[in-house]
Design a protein around this ligand. Structure first.
Ligand code: NAD
Length: 357
């Protein structure tokens, strides 16, 4: 019996999470998974209903659950709020409260979608890359931060900070994942300019001595961005800081054709995790039944793999997605001329049918 906290959030969040819930319900009915779902509030909707983007109740419930499934947060309606009340603060807050420091962002190209990538098929076909991003430290959390008046003008400040222990634990995550994959870790930094990156590189070297079966290499972040679009298949596991990981993983996402295809996991040291698509709340398409729910459905697969230890069921979901793509069904974002374009709801139903066939 597992208890899962469902946090749909804002924008397309509700629509895509509904499809993932259909998948969980199907697993409950057909595989006696006994996953109990509890709904909670986060983001703009939480602010509207409680005055906070991360109500205490949500954290309390999260701590009583085995896993969390999140849709997305944010939207123009809340952009006018004071910074601490904005939906995105809810997301940063829950990651930090639960110490979800290890963010796994796979970029896998389904062969059926090779033509949806902006890169040539031979460059991306078969891509299977894992970006491991540090999620609760670095410049997103470092202090001092803020906007103040200095010398009579506005002055903005953020601080890129890491303790060696923070670097070491994300390093261990990356090396352990690499041991189960291609046994190569590439650490991304800017050690030629930033002292915090110099420390990052030193600690990665120290951590690597515990993993003699894994090869460690280093790359500067500017070169990493270039290599990702030049020859992405050279990488197995990339490990990097919060900010660099944010940018590089969106770049890697587009190699695969759509941001709507990519799940993610954010784990603590015990593999308790929050699972979410890497995209945002897409206010431009919310409520239109055109959002791609596959990243969220694949997030359920990651939850089964990394937190609930149900590897067979995780594979089953991946296979169902592959089968539906094989039959030519696509949401609008991944379609090319001649595809059978379906809406969010219908895509969810097709995955459930494939799971149950
Ligand atoms: P976004 O990811 O929401 O959208 C970027 C583009 O991708 C849009 O054109 C959108 O329509 C498209 N897209 C995203 N998900 C899609 C899907 N499942 N299917 C089809 N198309 C999809 O990024 P944005 O526009 O920069 O941000 C919108 C809001 O989301 C902002 O408020 C931002 O702060 C928030 N945001 C939240 C998260 C999160 O909750 N994890 C992440 C990023 C952005």
């Amino acid at each position: 019996m597992s208890k899962i906290l469902i946090l749909p959030g804002d924008g397309i969040g509700t629509e895509i999470v509904d499809q993932a819930v259909k998948v969980i319900n199907s697993l409950n009915s057909n595989h006696e998974m006994g996953m109990t779902l509890v709904n909670g509030l986060i983001g703009g909707i939480a602010y509207d209903e409680t005055g906070s983007p991360l109500p205490d109740e949500t954290i309390k419930t999260a701590k009583s659950c085995d896993s969390i499934l999140l849709g997305a947060v944010g939207g123009p309606k809340w952009e006018v709020l004071e910074r601490d009340l904005r939906p995105e603060r809810g997301l940063l807050g829950i990651r930090s409260e639960l110490d979800l420091f290890s963010n796994l962002r796979p970029a896998i190209l389904y062969p059926q979608l090779a033509s949806a990538s902006s890169l040539k098929t031979e460059i991306v076909s078969g891509l299977d890359l894992m970006i491991v991003r540090e999620l609760v430290g670095g410049i997103y959390f470092g202090k001092p931060r803020g906007i103040e008046i200095r010398d009579g003008e506005r002055f903005g400040i953020n601080s890129a900070t890491y303790y060696e222990s923070e670097i070491a634990r994300i390093g261990h995550s990356a090396f352990q994942i690499a041991q189960k994959r291609g046994k190569r870790v590439c650490s991304v930094d800017k050690a030629n300019v930033l002292e915090v990156s110099e420390l990052w590189r030193e600690v990665m070297e120290e951590v690597s001595s515990s993993y003699p079966d894994v090869t460690l290499s280093h790359i500067y972040v500017d070169n990493a961005a270039m290599q990702l679009v030049r020859d992405p298949k050279q990488f197995d596991v990339m490990v990097t800081s919060n900010l660099f990981g944010d940018v590089l993983s969106d770049c890697a996402a587009m190699l695969t054709g759509s941001i709507g295809m990519l799940p993610s996991a954010s784990l603590d040291k015990n593999n308790f995790g929050m699972y979410e698509p890497i995209h945002g709340s897409a206010p431009d398409i919310a409520g239109k039944d055109i959002a791609n729910p596959l990243a969220t459905i694949l997030s359920v697969s990651m939850m089964l793999r990394y937190s609930l230890n149900q590897l067979e069921l995780a594979d089953k979901i991946n296979l169902a997605v592959s089968e539906v793509l094989d039959k030519g069904y696509r949401t609008k974002d991944i379609s090319v001329a001649g595809d059978k374009v379906v809406g969010t709801e219908e895509m969810g139903d097709l995955i459930v049918m494939a799971l149950e066939s």
